[in-house]
Design a protein around this ligand. Structure first.
Ligand SMILES: [Zn+2]
Length: 447
């Protein structure tokens, strides 16, 4: 049995790994690396081809896989709907004669990404799609292996730990997750099932290392809700405009924002292309309990009209919009430069229910937006947020519950993966014996 760390091991992004089981192989995730895409889109303002994305290093480095392994991949399992896990499927998914499996929300998002690409290019040949109910299993196309999608908490709905059951033990893929016992939407993690899988025997754990160097436990989404309530329900905002921006695929966070707006007796307007995309996807998967409470701007021609209406009575509205990273062309960026009919002015509130994803371009973009907002006298509330990624003590609990034979730190460059390796040594593992610090394009035998 051979494990291939295709990419996402030298950077945070373009996640893809492959387990070669001999007679067939299974791929985990097929994501994009976002920072170079953001930069390129800003420069060129046009659609980028597969070759273009490959050239800037934004696609998984699957050219390093042998043709033999590529041919054996019959199943591509998607852990959750974030672009660094699914975003490459519309570009390279159809290079594989493989079924794509994901939970209903992940598949809804994928379908919308495929449609975007279809609108811009000739219709690509599509992979067969399998919708997997959270906490259920299916047999791979070769009918040899049972694959279990175990529901887990993260910053987007229906995320899964993927468990491949083999005669030599389970392979557990844990990118991305946190242990959240009050997730606002969806179920808490099934710790009993995790312990059971651990007892039955885990051959290898592939696990994210993003915050392996953060001491303690990542707070629950309930805490983010508390932070939002503090900012939205207890500050002097009567009569003022309120604009909140957050991650468009974070449906639980959006629910908390909607609940606060209802307590403020404000009408709620959702604006921005990606908000429309992800909220619609979640609604198709029947995961949006607040659909009847919001006005969702669907078409471009509604945008100006609805914003004009909200601008006439700012005190009656709460706007939720895109632009938490200051992205040029996003709703908040356009508002900050007076480019839309909703006018932000003195003492209006702008709430960032997010944190800056630490890349130079994001810091630069947010700097520009924040400066413009401050010049208008807008009150800024930033970092009203908790992460969707596990910290060091969550990782320790996962390792203890699963008791894997091998640990493969993933989803970060070497520094943070080393932090996870160090944690694993505290639990009794040893680097190069049963902890494997792999780079993009590496392979190891698992026995
Ligand atoms: Zn994620």
């Amino acid at each position: 049995m051979k494990f291939h760390s295709v990419s996402g091991y030298n950077e945070v992004g373009k996640n893809m790994s492959v387990i070669d089981l001999g007679n067939e192989a299974i791929a985990f995730d097929m994501g994009v690396y976002l920072p170079p895409i953001v930069e390129l889109e800003e420069k060129e303002k046009k659609f980028v081809s597969e070759q273009g994305l490959r050239k800037i290093g934004a696609l998984p480095e699957d050219d390093k896989l042998s043709l033999d392994v590529k041919k054996k991949i019959k199943t591509i399992c998607l852990s959750h709907a974030h672009l660094d896990h699914v975003g490459a499927i519309p570009y390279i998914g159809n290079h594989y004669n493989a079924e794509v499996a994901g939970t209903p929300y992940t598949i809804e998002v994928l379908n919308s990404l495929l449609k975007d690409r279809e609108n811009r290019q000739n219709r690509p040949k599509l992979n067969p799609i399998r919708r997997v109910t959270p906490n259920s299993s299916f047999m791979t196309q070769g009918k040899k292996y049972e694959v279990e999608f175990l529901n887990i908490t993260h910053s987007t709905p229906q995320a899964s730990l993927i468990v491949v059951h083999t005669p030599k033990g389970a392979i557990v893929y844990a990118n991305d997750f946190k242990f959240d016992n009050n997730p606002i939407i969806g179920k808490r993690p099934d710790y009993d099932r995790l312990r059971e899988i651990g007892k039955q025997g885990v051959l290898a754990l592939i696990v994210e290392s993003l915050y392996a160097d953060h001491e303690g436990k990542t707070p629950s989404e309930k805490i983010a809700r508390g932070l939002l309530e503090d900012v939205l329900l207890t500050t002097e905002n009567k009569g003022q405009g309120i604009v909140v921006t957050t991650f468009s695929s974070h449906i639980a966070r959006l629910k908390s924002i909607v609940d606060c707006a209802k307590q403020l007796n404000r009408k709620i307007l959702f604006v921005g292309r990606s908000l429309h995309k992800y909220v619609s996807a979640a609604n198709n998967a029947k995961l949006v309990p607040f659909m009847q409470d919001i006005n969702l701007v669907t078409f471009r021609d509604q945008l100006e009209r609805k914003l004009k209406k909200a601008n006439q009575n700012k005190k009656d509205w709460l706007l939720v919009c895109t632009g938490h990273q200051g992205e040029p062309g996003s709703i908040l960026e356009r508002m900050s430069r007076g480019g839309l009919p909703y006018r932000l002015g003195h003492s209006d509130h702008v709430v960032f229910s997010s944190k800056i994803i630490p890349t130079p371009i994001n810091f630069e973009n947010r700097g520009v937006v924040d400066k413009r907002l401050k010049e208008k006298g807008v009150r800024i509330f930033t970092d009203v947020h908790v992460s969707g990624h596990c910290s060091r003590e969550d990782l320790r609990d996962l390792i203890t519950m699963l008791n894997p034979q091998h640990i493969i730190p993933a989803h970060a460059e070497i520094g943070r993966r080393k932090a996870l390796a160090e944690l694993a040594t505290e639990v009794g593992y040893a680097v190069n014996k049963d902890i494997h610090l792999m780079s993009n394009g590496d392979s190891i035998n698992l026995n």
